[in-house]
Design a binder for this molecule. Structure first.
Ligand code: CP3
Length: 347
């Protein structure tokens, strides 16, 4: 009987020794891949998310092409928002059918049943596992603050001014909205773990727009609530609060196993700020993948050197999602550079 060793990604996430730094890339299934554009040309973005066969297929694409160490299920952070009763469209960024800015708007939101209302996500996870049982698959969800920002604005925003005005003018309603989102996201993440997700990531993409005080008041408590709820399901948890550097010390005590770091903060500095409590994930600037391969290799080496200061695990990733104009050969060069040079010092 052959014994399979625990995948590198899961060992790094748990802070166990690894012989090589694992790598996956945020938005690794997407428009930079011709095979994604081919599948996508036949349906809408939400149609793709809601077809488990197609979602599993595009999730597999970057794994087949680049042999990455983990996959992330193809979906979107706004899928649960639609399930709460908000009509959703993409053009190409999300456009919501109505805004959420009053007590009545919040009362009208339902708490979805993840299996009944978003079962296609769990079906896609199970299909992926059937096809590729040795590659750990991540489930994910948006953090309450980032989801609330889309709901309050009705779309993306440059400065989230309407969102902040709502937080300041109606803090009680804001907390009710954030609590409803925390419940919805917890249930959704637990369902993904029950379907077989090996780990989950919580994306707080717009955390960096908040002051430290506002982040600690309106964002972190609801992320902690989710971590507490999802921990019981047993899978490791990655929290990526982009730009929330001033709260890294508090974040490293939120119960997550791993914190994502964007490219503006060196990983050795992040390791010190988080007092070595957690593993770290990151942090190449996605724009580096647009440029010459020599620079990709140089910057990968720099990050791997900085990551030697992390006492727990390091998971190589970008500091945010891969950009659509990225040449797939540059992604291949990145994976190759990490696999060749990502040797970890044995503790
Ligand atoms: O490969 C993966 O990482 C899994 C798939 C994934 C998508 N969205 C697919 C997608 C994941 C993890 C997300 C998360 C997501 N969605 C976030 C958090 C991560 C981040 O980037 O901060 C956010 C903020 C969203 C909201 C969202 N969805 C935006 C802003 C957009 C437009 C992006 C753009 O580049 O135009 C989307 C649409 C979306 N989600 C696309 C993909 C592949 C592009 C849609 C298309 O194919 O036309």
């Amino acid at each position: 009987m052959t014994e399979r060793s625990t995948p590198l990604f899961l060992r790094a996430v748990r802070g166990e020794p690894v012989e090589r730094t694992p790598i996956w890339v945020m938005r690794q299934a997407g428009r930079y891949l011709p095979e994604y554009r081919e599948v996508r040309s036949k349906t809408t973005f939400l149609g793709l998310c809601k077809s488990p066969e197609l979602a599993a297929e595009v999730t597999l694409q970057p794994i087949r092409r680049f042999a990455l160490d983990a996959a992330i299920i193809f979906s979107d952070i706004l899928v649960p928002v639609e399930a709460m009763g908000i009509p959703l469209d993409y053009n190409p960024g999300p456009v919501l059918g109505r805004t959420t800015r009053s007590k009545e708007d919040i009362d009208a939101l339902t708490i979805p049943d993840p299996v009944k209302d978003m079962g296609f996500v769990m079906d896609a996870i199970r299909m992926f596992i059937r096809e590729m049982p040795d590659t750990p698959i991540l489930g994910f969800a948006g953090a309450p603050f980032t989801l609330a920002a889309y709901m309050i604005e009705g779309a993306g925003s440059k400065n989230y001014a309407v969102t902040k005005q709502f937080l300041y003018e109606q803090p009680k309603q804001a907390r009710r909205l954030l609590a409803k989102l925390a419940r919805t996201v917890s249930d959704h993440l637990i369902a993904q773990v029950e379907a077989g997700a090996a780990a989950v990531q919580i994306f707080d993409s717009w955390a960096g727009h908040l002051s430290r005080d506002d982040y600690l008041t309106f964002a972190l408590p609801f992320t902690i609530e989710i971590v507490d709820n999802v921990k019981k399901a047993g899978a490791p948890i990655i929290v990526f609060a982009k730009g929330a550097h001033s709260s890294l010390d508090e974040l490293s005590q939120c119960g997550a196993d791993v914190l994502g770091v964007d490219w503006t903060l060196p990983l050795d500095v992040a390791a010190e700020m988080t007092k070595q409590r957690v593993a770290l994930q990151g942090n190449l600037d996605p724009c580096v993948l647009l440029g010459p391969v020599e620079n990709i290799e140089r910057q990968v080496q720099r990050i791997l050197n900085e990551a030697q200061a992390i006492e727990k695990g390091h998971v190589f990733n970008l500091g945010h999602g891969i950009l659509p104009p990225t040449p797939p050969e540059h992604m291949a060069a990145l994976v190759d550079a990490v696999k060749r040079n990502g040797r970890r010092r044995t503790p």
